[in-house]
Ligand binder design. Structure first.
Ligand SMILES: [Zn+2]
Length: 150
């Protein structure tokens, strides 16, 4: 049970970072520099303001400093990352390292889709070709079922 919780929190934290990365790149901000802040009042967030899923629930979707609404998609994005991480790591095929790589690959695809949803800049052929590694991966795992035991 502890593993499930930890995997959920790691997945939601990674998707929270992915969401932040996508949003900052859309605003031409660096996602490496600068601390997380409220988009409304600009207050720098503390650790307890940035616990994925839990902070949003505890603050009822509002900034602790100015009371501005934090969009519900932030909560959904973080929760989806946690659930996806649990599903892939718990029930996915292959060794643990392979499942982590699959989750990270899905995370990158989610960043791309989030950016493309707002900008429509990612060419369609690149979107289709990004599915090729997943298809090959599924085929390779099914060809070697004995290796899927971790
Ligand atoms: Zn605020």
């Amino acid at each position: 049970m502890l593993y499930l919780f930890l995997r959920f929190m790691i997945g939601s934290a990674l998707f929270s970072f992915a969401c932040c990365t996508a949003d900052r790149s859309l605003r031409s901000e660096s996602f490496v520099r600068g601390r997380s802040h409220c988009d409304s009042c600009g207050h720098v967030l503390s650790f307890r303001d940035m616990i994925p899923v839990l902070s949003w629930l505890l603050r009822k979707g509002r900034c602790r400093w100015c009371g501005a609404r934090i969009p519900v998609h932030v909560f959904v994005w973080e929760a989806a990352g946690g659930i996806l991480c649990v599903l892939i790591l718990q029930y996915g095929e292959g060794v643990l390292f392979h499942r982590w790589m699959l989750f990270l690959y899905v995370s990158v695809l989610m960043i791309m889709s989030r950016i493309d949803r707002k900008t429509c800049r990612i060419p369609v052929f690149l979107q289709y070709w990004s599915a090729v590694p997943v298809v090959l991966d599924v085929l390779m795992v099914q060809d070697h079922p004995a290796e899927s035991v971790c």
